[in-house]
Write a protein that binds this ligand. Structure first.
Ligand code: CTP
Length: 427
């Protein structure tokens, strides 16, 4: 087969600074008698004509002399080294470049895996799918030549997701959702034997053996994909979620809540850009809608969802849902609506809108558009001016002003002062 060279495509698709770094990396490595390659997603995407600025480089032998050479060449480059993993991160302008020594994991008896130097072939062979094993030569003599050691080109052209070996999914179960994510992102199909291994790994309970934190990262990646709900649907069909924890028993309902959640988030972004919500966490709450409280807590703990605000949302979910009955009965009760939602993180409030009836959704919109911003204009200082002393009575009056404001009966400072004077006169 003739050699494939992507020099021109790289030059056209990368910003000049990144392209120059590739050229310089190859040159520096060559001066040191080493060989450098571009690897991973950015090679795959360049071949597919898709933009990808996450440049990953490996150096066969040792990466650090090349890292030092690049630092010298670029002066201001910021570098973080993870020597135990034989990797480094370089930062230049707004770009991040990952450089690693070609490596593999060894499992010395009864101890944690150790990362050790390996050949390029060994490094590529431990990866997830053939389409992710493609490398590009950075050596000045062969710059741009595609290196295909595991059959990646053929699969990339045919649109196939294929694992490299039988244990791939059991060794790293995070590859199960990754396979589906890539298949839908590129419109590829998962090869039959790979699909069978995936099902086998799920049925054998592999997903629960994964690192929860990495599984969560993958979930977040899925939520950022264009065809996210199709990916989630395929993962429901494959039984992935129930392999993590029991209780994902309403896929259709959940998917409709997720889609509704997306619409609500779109509405929210439109009206309140300055107050950010964690989109992925709204989706996470939607995805786990069918779980009982205990299962939700168990899953969240395993995934290491973390964060005070997120844990509060998880803790308050069932209580907040329980309180919706009162809102359904009296959707005009602005104070009641405020009382239910004001103690909930906004992500929880948006999720509640996604899963609730039109009445509940209306209440959420009212809360976000109006009620959550309500604050009395007057302060303790103005109240003192009216002759009130600090103390429980003042607190009580401020609360009453606040309720009147929630009801929409007080607009201006004058309205508030008049209301307070009346209260004082009535005693
Ligand atoms: N990889 C792997 N197994 C995983 C995750 C990653 O073998 N569970 C390998 C793949 O070969 C991948 C490389 O590590 O190409 C880099 O991982 P990542 O940056 O997550 O993958 P990309 O392929 O760049 O994916 P994306 O386009 O979503 O960033």
């Amino acid at each position: 087969m003739p050699e494939k060279n992507i020099l021109k495509t790289l030059e056209a698709s990368l910003p000049p600074i990144l392209f120059n770094i590739l050229v310089d990396t190859g040159r520096i490595a060559s001066t040191l008698g080493l060989k450098a390659y571009g690897v991973g997603g950015f090679v795959r995407d360049t071949l597919l004509g898709r933009k990808n600025l996450d440049v990953d480089i490996v150096v066969e032998g040792e990466c650090y002399p090349v890292v030092d050479g690049l630092m010298e060449r670029y002066g201001l480059m910021e570098v973080i080294r993870h020597e135990r993993f034989l990797t480094a991160e370089l930062y230049l302008d707004s770009y991040r470049i990952d450089i690693a020594t070609t490596r593999k994991e060894e499992y010395p008896r009864a101890s944690l895996p150790q990362v050790v130097p390996a050949t390029l072939r060994e490094d590529l062979s431990r990866r997830d799918f053939t389409i992710n094993t493609l490398a590009v030569c950075l050596d000045p003599e062969r710059f741009g030549t595609v290196v295909d050691l595991c059959g990646g080109l053929k699969d990339l052209e045919a649109g196939i997701i294929r694992v490299l070996h039988k244990e791939s999914f059991t060794e790293d179960p995070v590859r199960i959702p990754r396979a589906v994510r890539f298949a839908l992102r590129f419109g590829f199909r998962i090869e039959e034997a790979t699909e069978a291994l995936m099902v086998e790994a799920i049925e054998g309970g592999a997903p629960r053996e994964a690192s929860g934190r990495r599984m969560l990262d993958e979930l977040v990646n899925i939520f950022e994909e264009e065809r996210r709900w199709q990916i989630v649907e395929r993962l429901f069909d494959a039984g992935l979620f129930n392999a993590l924890v029991d209780g994902f028993d309403n896929p259709e309902g959940t998917l409709s809540i997720l889609r509704k959640g997306e619409a609500i988030l779109g509405w929210y972004e439109g009206i309140r850009k300055e107050e950010e919500v964690e989109q992925w966490f709204v989706y996470f709450l939607c995805l786990t809608d069918s779980l009982e409280g205990d299962a939700l807590r168990k899953l969240s703990c395993w995934l290491d969802v973390g964060g005070k605000r997120r844990l509060l949302a998880i803790e308050k979910r069932d209580e907040a849902i329980g309180a919706l009955e009162a809102i359904e009965k009296d959707p005009e009760d602005r104070v009641g609506i405020y009382e239910v939602f004001s103690s909930c993180p906004l992500e929880l409030v948006l999720y509640i809108a996604a899963r609730g009836s039109p009445v509940v959704e209306g209440a959420v919109r009212l809360y976000i558009e109006e009620l959550m911003d309500v604050r009395p204009i007057l302060t303790g200082r103005e109240l003192k001016g009216l002759g009130l002393a600090e103390g429980p009575r003042m607190g009580e009056i401020l609360r009453l002003v606040f309720r009147e404001k929630l009801e929409g009966r007080l607009q201006t400072l004058e309205d508030e002062l008049r209301f307070v004077k009346d209260l004082i006169e009535k005693g």
